[in-house]
Design a protein around this ligand. Structure first.
Ligand SMILES: [Zn+2]
Length: 296
């Protein structure tokens, strides 16, 4: 009985290996060696939690990265909502909403062009310590923490084997059906979504007192860290508004870096990590995205 089960399990593993190979266009089918590795991995994975399995998955991918020359210009794409606008919409800026169809075209295009998603943590390790990146890295960032990140973006990221960075507005979590819940955030964390802070209430940080700025920064960072048991190293300025004082305060609050909204540009090693540019992507197909990616 036990042996029969073992054979069945092995067949299933080989079969899923073939599907995997077929799906990524890696034909001819996986070699004997790869099948053997898959089996060993399967046995080890039995005792791992979903979070540990995903962590292992991303670590395996990272082992394949080898680009260490200092000349990379890394696109950090900026999204907000990926959804259909509700009829008579008054709540959302249509400019910041990308349809699920166009978003999937973006992911497919990135995959076909050989891009590999990395996190801001990976990017930081490259610019500060020269750690390797893939040859065509891209960071996908999403601001505010809308619920469609869980219902639409996350399933598509899984489908294309990609990761992303999510800047969460902590005051909206569990408070409003348009935004994520802590439970959803836990699942996203387990998958390997990188979580960054985006303040508590989304104020213009250049228009409030430095005491209030400090409170917005520290409260959002600490709440994410405490609730999710993670380290929150990156920040997105609400609406991109910042000045010298705000940038200094973000640094003092213990962040390693922060992202802007405008002007569009790619991140290079000599950039100040607290002023990393991003590339806005609108509701356009892959041709639109490829034009955006042409920025310096
Ligand atoms: Zn925002």
């Amino acid at each position: 009985m036990k042996r029969w089960l073992a054979v069945l399990l092995l067949l299933l593993l080989i079969f899923s290996g073939c599907i995997e190979a077929g799906r990524t266009g890696n034909s001819p089918p996986a070699s004997q060696r790869e099948k053997k590795e898959a089996k060993v991995e399967g046995e080890e994975d039995k005792n791992l939690s979903p979070a540990q399995k995903w962590q292992k998955h991303w670590e395996e991918k990272r082992k394949g990265w080898s680009y260490t020359a200092g000349d990379l210009a890394v696109p950090v794409l900026m999204y907000h909502k990926v959804d259909r606008l509700p009829p008579g919409n008054k709540d959302f800026n249509p400019q910041a909403v990308v349809s699920p169809e166009n978003f999937e075209k973006h992911l497919l295009y990135l995959k076909q062009q050989g891009y590999e998603t990395i996190t801001l943590t990976d990017l930081y390790a490259y610019v500060t310590r020269g750690e390797p990146l893939p040859e065509k890295p891209v960071v996908l960032t999403f601001d505010d923490g809308y619920v469609d990140f869980y219902t639409i973006v996350y399933p598509l990221l899984k489908k294309y084997d990609m990761r992303a960075t999510l800047f969460v507005l902590t005051g909206a979590v569990d408070q409003n059906p348009n935004f994520l819940t802590w439970k959803q955030l836990e699942e996203l964390r387990d998958y390997g979504i990188e979580i960054g802070a985006h303040t508590v209430t989304h104020p213009d940080l250049t228009a409030i007192s430095s005491e209030e700025v400090k409170k917005e920064l520290l409260t959002s960072k600490r709440e994410l860290e405490t609730r999710l048991g993670i380290k929150v190293d990156f920040f997105a300025y609400p609406t991109g508004y910042h000045n010298r004082q705000v940038v200094a305060q973000v640094q003092e609050a213990g962040f390693k870096g922060a992202v802007l909204m405008t002007p569009p540009g790619k991140v290079r090693r000599d950039h100040n990590p607290f002023l990393w540019p991003r590339i806005f992507v609108g509701d356009e197909d892959e041709k639109g995205l490829s034009r955006r990616l042409a920025v310096r």
